[in-house]
Design a protein around this ligand. Structure first.
Ligand code: GLU
Length: 477
């Protein structure tokens, strides 16, 4: 049974990269009929916060990603981590290194001066019992390091990148697996060790994560071997890049799923877009899909190795597709809370809001466009310069006057659109102007300007709430 996991650190809100990793894990698990698990990597006590954990879980749920089993909390497993370190110490595969921070810094300075890549030079790998005793007598604390032989060859078949090979020499020397502590203790266990122990304990079969973890994978494979644990399959997904081809960062204005939420994107569009960031649809499949549809056909064969460029136009297009696919009633359910926040109230008659959504829906890209576009239906807009100019045309205000006259003697309820056309033709005729002039003037009167949605529907909606006459009357000659 395929078991995959997302292992977020709760040190910030749900990051786009984490969300995309979540999507790929989820798609693979669901495609394979397997399980998608969560592990909260909260061992950094200072930076981890429970509100970030809640934010991450809420964000995943919002995207439509569900998980199996109760999330594993990494900090609750520290005894298991320590005992794995003890195993490595006992077998001689790990050792205590007493080198002080100053010694390590000057070691790196020498390397830098010689144009060498910084690495630990394994200086405490083979201390004698006497040397250890004397460091301890000095009161030095020690980190614990795992031995990485320079000539070790590490190979795996990556589901995205194919055959991979690393040399031990490229991993920076023996790696620290526990933080500095008095020599009779094991200090706080560190990332690479902890991940291996936890992934094995959770019986993870496939580790799917960003390509920034490739060097960690090489190190972790050595730990699997040393701890005699079953090795999972690895898949490293491409980085998300900005339009300039650089790693997407804070400077691009979006880092967290919350940013997209507050910009007015729908969960469906974001989940859809996250999938397209690195995965291409099979031939014949549309780029607009639900996660469930994508899960049916998802495979790593179609995940690209190259970085995925963030494309706002495509995201906007997807978001528009999602909004245009909503029924007017669904759109009303989404928009009415936003309208209420503006202090606008809907008339009793539910069908009014539905009709407004039917009118505005096709022109929305973001949900919040539905605030600006609905505003003139709730609040009487000022007359703008193009609207005023239209009303100054010969006969324009007279035609409005004719229309007002007939509406006052026989109000139009806004229901019969054929009546509207007849009313306009009649008023234009009486004022001696073309019907087109009256129509443009009517739009100016109702919306303050010459641009807007379908005129008769606009008028009808305003008539139904008694807002057409007052707006026309302000334009009388
Ligand atoms: N906590 C790590 C991160 O957020 C997990 C990486 C992994 O998947 O192993 O980057």
């Amino acid at each position: 049974m395929v078991r995959v996991r997302l292992a977020p650190s709760p040190t910030g809100t749900l990051h786009i990269g984490t969300a995309r990793t979540a999507v790929f894990n989820w798609l693979y698990a669901r495609h394979e009929g397997g399980q998608f698990l969560l592990r909260i990597e909260d061992t950094d006590k200072e930076r981890s916060k429970s509100e970030f954990t809640s934010n991450i879980l809420d964000g995943l749920s919002w995207l439509g990603i569900d998980w199996d089993e109760v999330p594993t909390i990494q900090s609750e497993r520290v005894e298991e981590h320590r005992s794995a370190i003890q195993t490595l110490l006992d077998s001689g595969l790990a050792y205590r290194c007493y080198a002080s921070e100053e010694e390590l810094t000057s070691m790196r300075e020498v390397q830098k001066a010689q144009n060498q890549a910084p690495r630990y030079d394994n200086r405490h790998r083979n201390l004698t019992a006497e040397q250890e005793a004397s460091f301890q007598a000095e009161g030095r604390e020690a980190v614990i390091r795992f031995r990485i032989d320079d000539d070790a060859v590490i190979q795996w078949r990556d589901l995205v990148r194919g055959p991979m090979q690393w040399r031990g020499a490229d991993l920076g020397g023996d790696m620290v697996i526990a933080r500095r502590a008095p020599a009779d203790r094991i200090g706080d266990p560190l990332y690479n060790l902890v991940v291996v122990v936890d992934d094995a304990a959770m019986a993870i079969t496939h580790v799917i994560r960003g390509e920034d973890h490739i060097a960690n994978t090489a190190k972790q494979l050595l730990l699997y071997q040393a701890l005699e644990l079953a090795v999972p399959v690895f898949a490293h997904t491409p980085l998300i890049l900005n339009a300039e081809g650089r790693k997407l960062s804070k400077r691009d204005g979006v880092t967290s799923i919350n940013d997209f939420q507050s910009m007015g994107y729908t969960a469906e569009a974001i989940a859809n877009y996250m999938t397209l960031l690195g995965w291409s649809v099979p031939e014949g499949m549309e780029e607009r899909f639900t996660l469930t549809q994508a899960a049916e056909v998802f495979s790593f064969d179609r995940v690209n190795k190259a970085g995925a460029r963030f494309d706002w136009d495509k995201l906007n297009w997807l978001n528009a597709q999602v909004l245009h696919g909503l029924t007017p009633q669904q759109l009303l359910d989404d928009l009415s809370p936003l309208w209420r926040q503006q202090g606008w109230s809907l008339p009793e008659d539910q069908s009014w809001g539905v009709a407004l959504c039917e009118l505005l829906g096709p022109s929305l890209t973001l949900l919040k466009d539905g605030i600006d576009q609905a505003q003139p239906f709730f609040v009487c807009p000022e007359l703008e310069s193009d609207g005023l100019k239209q009303l100054e045309l010969d006969g324009a205000r007279d035609a409005i006057a004719q229309l007002v006259k007939s509406l006052e003697s026989d109000p139009w309820t806004g229901i019969e659109t054929a009546t509207a056309q007849a009313l306009l033709a009649d008023a234009a005729n009486k004022a001696g102007v073309k019907k087109g002039v009256l129509m443009k003037s009517l739009r100016a009167a109702l919306l303050g300007r010459l641009q807007g949605p379908d005129l008769i529907t606009t008028w009808s909606l305003l008539a139904r709430v008694g807002q057409d006459l007052p707006r026309l009357k302000r334009c009388l000659p």
